[in-house]
Each structure stands twice: as C-alpha cells, then as structure tokens.
Design a protein around this ligand. Structure first.
Ligand SMILES: O=C(O)C1=C[C@@H](OP(=O)(O)O)[C@@H](O)[C@H](O)C1
Ligand SMILES: C=C(OP(=O)(O)O)C(=O)O
Length: 420
C-alpha cells in the first residue's frame, strides 16, 4: 500500500519466527532538530540518514515557506542552505500533528521580523502549547493562542531579549528543546531554567543539546535543571542522523514475540535516543517486570503495552500521564484496544495503564478492529498483536506515515502477510 492510503489492514499471523534484516528509518526527533538548526545556520548543511515522513515533510515545508532552501538529493538526505535568517511566511504554517515541528517552530518564529501563524490538524489543535508561549512572552516575544493549543500567532521583531527564561516541561519536554534551540540565536547568553515538575523524557533534552553542539552551539550546564546557552547562532554542518529508536522497538518486540532474529544493522546500545532503553525491557519477555516506569521511554510504551498482553504476568505502566496529550490519549487508546481484543485485557487506573496479560492468548482467534485514532504508534503497536492472534485489523493503517511510512513493507519483508 502507498503511504497515503487510509485503508484497514488485517494481519495474518506468520507461522514462523520473524527473521531477516530491516533497517529502521532515520530518527524523527533528530531529523526535525537537524532541519531547524541547519535552517538557522549560515551556509549549506548536508543531513544524511534522515527520515522522510509526514512529520519531517511538514518541518521542511515550513522552513521553505520561511525562505530556507532545502534540496532532497536522495531518499534519506536533505541539503539545507540558510543565511541565518527566517523570513515571514506568506500563509499560516500547517504542521499536521507533528509535535516537534509545531513546538520547535513556535519558538524559532520569534526570529522572524513579522507574523507567523503556526497551525496543525484537529489533533494538534488539542495538544497544549501554553507553557511554551508563557516562556516566550517572558523573553519579550509576542506569542498568543486563544485556546492554549495551536493555532499560535507569533509577532516577531527579528530577535528577542536575552536573559533568563523559566519553562515548565511537565507536559512536554519539547517546550524545553524549543527554547534551547532558540536560545543560541539571542543577542546575549540565555539561561533556560526548568520550573515546576521535572520533565519526563530527559533524554530528548540531551538529543537537543547534542544536535545544537554539532551545529556550533556552546552550552554550559550550571545545574541538572538549567542550561546557559551562548549567543553563537549556528554554523552549517554535515550531520549524520541515526536510525529511529522508537521505530526499532516494534522490530525488537516482533523478534521477542515470534522468537525470531531481526538484524537492525546496529545494536541497541548504539542509539542515543531515549526509547532505546526499551530494548532491555523487551529482552525480558515473557517475564516483563510487574511495574514498568514509562517516563523515560514514552514513545515505547504502546509497544511494551501490547507485548505485555502476551507476558506471563500482569504489568502496570506508571509515569505515563503525558501520554494523554500525544497524538491521541494513548493511555485510553491502549486500554480500549487491548479490551477490544479481550475484555479487561487493558484498564486505566488514574494515569496508569494495567495490562492483565494472558500467556494463553497466542494462537487464538479474537477478531478485533483496532481504532488507531490517527496515531501511528497505536497502529504499529497493535500490529504486533496481529503477529500472534488471528483476526486483528488495524483501522486507518496508513497513519504510520507520520514517522514510519514503510512499516507495513518492513513487516512484509519479514514474511508477514495482510488482508485488505
Ligand atoms: O523531543 C522530541 O523529539 C520528542 C519528545 C517527546 O515528546 P514530549 O516531550 O512532548 O513528551 C516524544 O514523545 C516525541 O515523540 C518526540
Ligand atoms: C509523541 C510523538 O510525536 P510528536 O510529539 O512529535 O508529535 C510520537 O512520535 O510518538
């Protein structure tokens, strides 16, 4: 099927362990950081190993609309030429449901001398951005939204007041990353300081700092919750993007569930993204721990939750409150999808997800249509259930195009077949 099809797919459980070689696509998180940093740099940057998917296309298109030249020499490369400035776009920037693009550009738009409207689809319009706007305003930037979610209007003056900015990253670490990337373009040093709840996925901040440094930024770390960013701006760089660790989790889980061997072309230890932590948890299957704290590997939680259904013993997922403000309410979507397979298999308790687990599930016929709520991770994780059960249908299977357009082909290359 093509990337854009919005069709339903029934997975036929393979009668053999999944074996073969599948290289996951480039990291979404790193590609969208690199695109922005390269766009803010003077000169030409070559990004290789990049992801080409809905989320990165939205980012690239938005940057083009702000005057950046972006060529695509091949399927995994971008050549980005900037002059250190972003220009006022002629129309609102539409960013679909790409959280990274939306949050990162809402901050970077402060560098435009003019007005930028940042908008997304109906899902993005429910994802909070107010803490980021509050922080931008404290830097003297005119940033508003009527609902606390996109659409957002930034009326920039081409710069901002350097100084100190506090940010509450409790709902999304992307707010912190967005401010950090903006901070290097100030007229003086900027202190970015965490306020309120600690951020869940700290690993994403490390990814941001590493990408900034690769494009010439200087960052001091006076404490575990503050960063001093020097006013260096960015310089063009040749930058290799590693494969996507969240995408890798589906392959690791497929391997564990079927007793197969899938060669991803790199070891789990070689990833710098937070979701690579899931590898060690998946390796324990079918003896997953009774409690899994998902806070530091949030995007891997759907993968782990579906795997947990086939575990020997039940699993409680904690630290996942902000999964409710991702592409959909993932705590609710996981509980609903699991319970569609077998009533009570998944249950919400506060913000925790309880997976009842049933080691006798494998091999059964349990017809279930899984509503994906246009969420790529719900589609990709429930496909794993279809490797062991007859009758699993993924609705709107094309939504995987957000971050892994070739997902179904990848499973197909391992011998999985589909109806639909
Ligand atoms: O910075 C990033 O690249 C990301 C941060 C996480 O989001 P939150 O910080 O909103 O939790 C993660 O879920 C998202 O897929 C990518
Ligand atoms: C939460 C996700 O994406 P984003 O916030 O970048 O839209 C995700 O990819 O699981």
């Amino acid at each position: 099927m093509s990337d854009r099809d919005r069709q339903n797919l029934t997975i036929i459980p393979p009668s053999h362990p999944l074996r073969g070689r599948v290289a996951p696509p480039g990291s979404k998180s790193i590609t969208n950081r690199a695109l922005l940093l390269a766009a803010l740099a003077k000169g030409t940057s070559h990004l290789t190993g990049a992801l080409k998917s809905d989320d990165t296309r939205y980012m690239a298109e938005a940057l083009r609309a702000m005057g950046v030249t972006i060529a695509e020499p091949d399927e995994t490369s971008f050549t980005v030429t900037g002059d250190g400035r972003l220009r006022e776009p002629a129309a609102p920037l539409f960013l679909g449901n790409a959280g990274t693009a939306t949050r990162f550009l809402a901050a970077a738009a402060a560098l435009v001398d003019g007005q930028v409207v940042i908008d997304g689809d109906e899902h993005m319009r429910k994802r909070p951005i107010k803490p980021l706007l509050t922080a931008l305003r404290s830097l003297g930037i005119d940033a508003t939204s009527e609902t606390g979610c996109p659409p957002v209007t930034i009326r920039g003056t081409g710069g901002f007041e350097a100084g100190r900015v506090e940010i509450d990253g409790g709902l999304s670490s992307q707010y912190v990353s967005a401010l950090l990337m903006l901070a290097a373009c100030g007229s003086g040093p900027v202190d970015v300081v965490l306020a309120g709840d600690d951020i869940g996925a700290r690993g994403y901040i490390e990814l941001t700092l590493a990408a900034m440094e690769a494009f010439g930024a200087h960052i001091d770390r006076p404490s575990a919750s503050s960063w001093r960013v020097a006013p260096t701006g960015y310089r063009a760089a040749d930058f290799a993007i590693e494969p996507d660790a969240s995408a890798a989790t589906y392959l690791w889980a497929a391997e564990a569930l079927t007793g197969g061997a899938i060669d991803l072309g790199m070891t789990a230890a070689a990833f710098t993204q937070p979701d690579a932590r899931a590898y060690d948890v998946i390796a324990k299957f079918p003896h997953l721990p009774a409690i899994i704290d998902g806070s530091q590997m949030q995007d891997a939680v759907p993968t782990l939750a579906v795997l947990a259904a086939f575990n020997e013993t039940p699993v409680r997922f904690t630290g996942i409150g902000n999964l409710r403000v991702k592409e959909c309410d993932r705590v609710a979507a996981l509980a609903a999808g699991l319970s569609r397979i077998l009533p009570g298999l998944g249950r919400e308790e506060g913000d925790d997800l309880l997976v009842a687990s049933d080691p006798t599930l494998a091999g059964r016929t349990l017809p279930a249509s899984i509503d994906t709520y246009a969420d790529h991770r719900i589609a990709m994780s429930f496909a794993l259930a279809g490797l062991k059960l007859h009758g699993i249908t993924i609705l709107d299977a094309g939504c995987v195009a957000k971050t892994y357009p070739d997902y179904w082909q990848a499973l197909g290359s391992l011998g999985v077949t589909f109806d639909g």
